[in-house]
Design a protein around this ligand. Sequence first.
Ligand code: PLP
Length: 372
Amino acid sequence: MIYLDNAATTPVIPGVVSAMTESLSATFGNPSSIHSFGRQANQLVRQARDTVAKALDVSNRNIIFTSGASEANNQALIGYALANRDKGNHILTTAIEHPSVLNTVQYLRDRHGFDVTFVNPNPDGQFPAQLIEQNLQPDTILVSMMWANNETGQLLPVAEVGRLLASHPAVFHVDATQVMGKIPVHPHEIGADFLTASAHKFHGPKGIGFLYYHEDLKFDALIHGGEQEEKRRAGTENLHSLVGMTKALEIAIQNMDENYQHVQKLNDSLLSLLSEIDFYKNEFGATMPHVINIAFPHQNHDLLLTKLDLAGFAISTGSACTAGTVEPSHVLEAVYGEDSPKLKENLRISFSELNTIDEINAFAEKLKSLLK
Ligand code: PLP
């Protein structure tokens, strides 16, 4: 089976497996205990925090470990909105965010009365900073924007939006889940006040991620209880997953340039192998090479996905699946409209550095033969 669905999740690499296995057998203490078992565990939590902080070039005081990016997004958005009602009532985000942002701001609207704007892209599918500026209001307290989209790989202009917001009271939340470990991610450089990521997108374990927050921010905790994470996120730390995330991040950063170039090669070679057949790309401006969102006119994606799966190739459309049928993509709907036949044609092929040119050749061959 060839795995080309790395935007959904990535395989855990051997270095991560051994680091986790070692910590599972060697370290079982509760990081909050004061005896040596606890101190040993606490040391691993500190190391994890230092590694993440170093990668982001921020202080280790400003990281909260979470169960992944969904929780981190909920924590930033709900935590900030509820603690800062006195500052304003408006939240702005884009129509193409991950459901963990879209559904969270919808919850803030429906259950807490916030006024929410979901900004639609321009007709070319892009979100220039001016478009965000046009939708800002004097009472906007929060702007949430993803760095790269998980369905299309589209890069959003986070640095420009960060600059724009430097002279506006709204705080800026950036969902960096699809770029962390792949390109340099430094919240201060893009003016992000909150930033989210998740280990399983960079070859770490599932169920662990983090939220960076600017230290001047006031926000409520989502999970109440003990005093872990400076009282910002209660619960015994997910120690072994933290070890795995740390290892995965270190390896990703060490090999970042090389990995990026390799993935770019995979991307280029797939597109050139497919050049003789009729396809179009769902590509809206600058895009991460890790994702190709492609479609073949009049070819239903459900059928093609099933055939590819049976032939040993794991890809997806990028949007949610219910009972084996793909839900129409809210990302493509934002560009093409809800009645567009294009919503039934898209396929997402997403690479990691573990994929090989041979795999891409085999995939292109199979795809061409299925389309014939
Ligand atoms: N944000 C983006 C852009 C994602 O791609 C994902 C995962 O698909 C998430 C958030 C949610 O991450 P997690 O699975 O860690 O909750």
